[in-house]
Design a protein around this ligand. Structure first.
Ligand SMILES: C[S@@+](CC[C@H](N)C(=O)[O-])C[C@H]1O[C@@H](n2cnc3c(N)ncnc32)[C@H](O)[C@@H]1O
Length: 293
């Protein structure tokens, strides 16, 4: 129907007015006014239902995965439109310095330039870059859930560094995990990742790491834990350490408790004897096995 000034459009139930000969919905005027109201409502809803934005997205995107939600939610950071704590070309103040501290902390565990290392959930190579510089060519492997994230990471590296060190960047899949395991990495680290893995995907996270740990690697997993699993936002959790240890044990690994002045959990393959005990015993044996390992 043709919009007329002051007449209600029966289809949209809106009153139209003319602007420069065009019919303009009053909602268009209201948008800038409504925006802060909408934001305030969302903030109030998020405080009560931290996962609300994911639930809305999932309803609008049936059949798509949580990982796709995560990748979409960081698009603005990836294209440099928004500052982010760890992703994209524009990082928040101090975040590169934090990455260097992480690098030094990890190197102090015994990583040497000739070792092959996997950066699991490497993002846009904030911690990856100092490792690419430190390691010999073909020794750095970055893995993440989304090709666009890896592309931004590669795009941020100087061409000479890519040419001289040949970092391998892989989207996580059963095939890429097999390829990477075949390279027999000595070390894995995963920084800022586990907090974005929902409780129902923890099993998959540890299963993937087990592929590489069983090939002989030791993993350092940075994790934020709580007494019980807590949802902080649509894509952030504090995990229950007992649950993490149980998942690690299910996949033949021991996850130690965080120590004073050490921010990561160490993940190692269980010896055959401990693996048998863990598999025979009740679920709460996971913690004991991890202590013994
Ligand atoms: C906060 S960023 C940290 C990136 C990088 N490790 C750093 O410290 O700068 C989290 C990264 O984990 C990745 N990620 C999210 N869920 C994942 C999963 N289930 N497995 C592996 N990586 C995941 C994200 O795509 C993202 O790149």
């Amino acid at each position: 129907m043709t919009a007329e000034f002051g007449r209600i459009d029966p289809e949209t139930a809106q009153v139209y007015e003319f602007q420069g000969g065009r019919a303009v919905s009053p909602v268009a005027h209201a948008k800038p006014v409504l925006f802060p109201v909408k934001r305030a409502i969302m903030r109030a809803l998020k405080s009560q239902f931290p996962r609300i934005s994911y639930l809305i997205w999932a309803r609008r995107n049936p059949g798509r995965t949580f990982k796709e939600f995560y990748a979409e939610s960081v698009t603005a950071a990836l294209v440099g439109k928004k500052q982010h704590a760890s992703l994209g070309p524009v990082l928040k103040t101090g975040r590169n310095e934090t990455a260097l501290r992480t690098f030094n902390e990890l190197v102090a565990q015994g990583i040497s330039p000739a070792d092959t290392l996997v950066d699991y959930g490497c993002g846009t190579l904030r911690v990856g870059r100092p490792f690419i510089e430190f390691l010999e060519p073909d020794r750095y492997i970055g893995m993440d859930i989304d090709q666009r994230i890896l592309d931004v990471g590669r795009g941020n590296l100087p061409a000479e560094l890519i040419e001289s060190k040949r970092p391998l960047l892989e989207v996580i899949s059963p095939e890429s995990l097999n390829r990477v395991a075949a390279k027999r990495p000595k070390w894995i680290f995963s920084k800022g990742v586990l907090q974005h893995v929902p409780p129902d995907e923890l099993n998959e996270f540890f299963e993937n790491l087990a592929h590489l740990v069983r090939a002989g690697a030791t993993a350092f997993v940075f994790a934020r834990c709580a007494e019980e699993s807590t949802t902080l936002s649509a894509k952030t959790w504090l995990h229950d350490l007992d649950q993490l240890q149980a998942a690690a044990t299910r996949h033949g690994m021991a996850l130690d408790r965080p120590a004073k002045r050490r921010k990561f959990l160490r993940l190692q393959a269980l010896s055959a004897a401990l693996l048998t005990i863990a598999q025979l015993g009740p679920p709460d044996l996971a913690g004991i096995v991890s202590l013994l390992a």
